[in-house]
Design a protein around this ligand. Structure first.
Ligand code: FE2
Length: 184
């Protein structure tokens, strides 16, 4: 389940609480259970098949036309260059939709008003960032994530950078179950 960091020391982990908190920033959150159980390391076609119902529902809702599975891990060639494209504050001309199969990642979302919202996602989490929303993304220390992506138009998914520099004020460190708030 996702973990949302609120303020200095607080976190939200309850599904409903996370969904409501993120919705206030325009971000949709949900948890998917597969129709038939599927191993996280199954071929992409099997993963897409296992979640076909949810994918279809989301496609109808958001006008998404394609879905694929992305695999990123420490052995991925050019990983650092790839991450460097997305770990600076940016937006896209289309929604960023991710359903996490395994691994973890850290989104920072900056609403037009209010505080930056750090969200750590893991297996079972669906996160939908609407087009135009400011955000950035880092992998956790294990540098591994596998996720279903949905696109309205894959060519619209290039990042546009805000160049705000705000991302530099936030540690790209996941909190996870081992997270301990800093002592003050
Ligand atoms: Fe993005």
């Amino acid at each position: 389940m996702a973990i949302v960091k609120i303020g200095e020391n607080g976190t939200l982990t309850d599904r409903q609480a996370v969904a409501e908190y993120l919705m206030a920033s325009g971000v949709r959150y949900d948890v998917w259970m597969p129709e038939d159980s599927v191993e996280a390391n199954s071929p992409a076609e099997e993963i897409l098949k296992a979640y076909a119902k949810e994918i279809q529902k989301l496609k109808a809702l958001g006008g998404y036309v394609t879905a694929d599975v992305i695999d990123v891990n420490a052995q991925t060639p050019g990983l650092d260059a790839m991450l460097a494209k997305f770990n600076r504050e940016h937006w896209h001309d289309e929604d960023e939709v991710r359903f996490i199969i395994c691994g973890r990642g850290l989104f920072h979302i900056r609403p037009k008003a209010g505080q930056v919202v750090p969200v750590e996602v893991e297996a079972g989490d669906l996160i939908l960032l609407p087009k135009g929303i400011w955000h950035w993304f880092d992998l956790c220390a294990d540098r591994e994530i596998r996720a279903i992506r949905l696109f309205q138009n894959p060519s619209g998914w290039a990042p546009h950078y805000t160049e705000s520099g705000i991302d530099k004020n936030f540690q790209p460190v996941c909190f996870g179950s081992a997270y301990l708030p800093p002592q003050v």
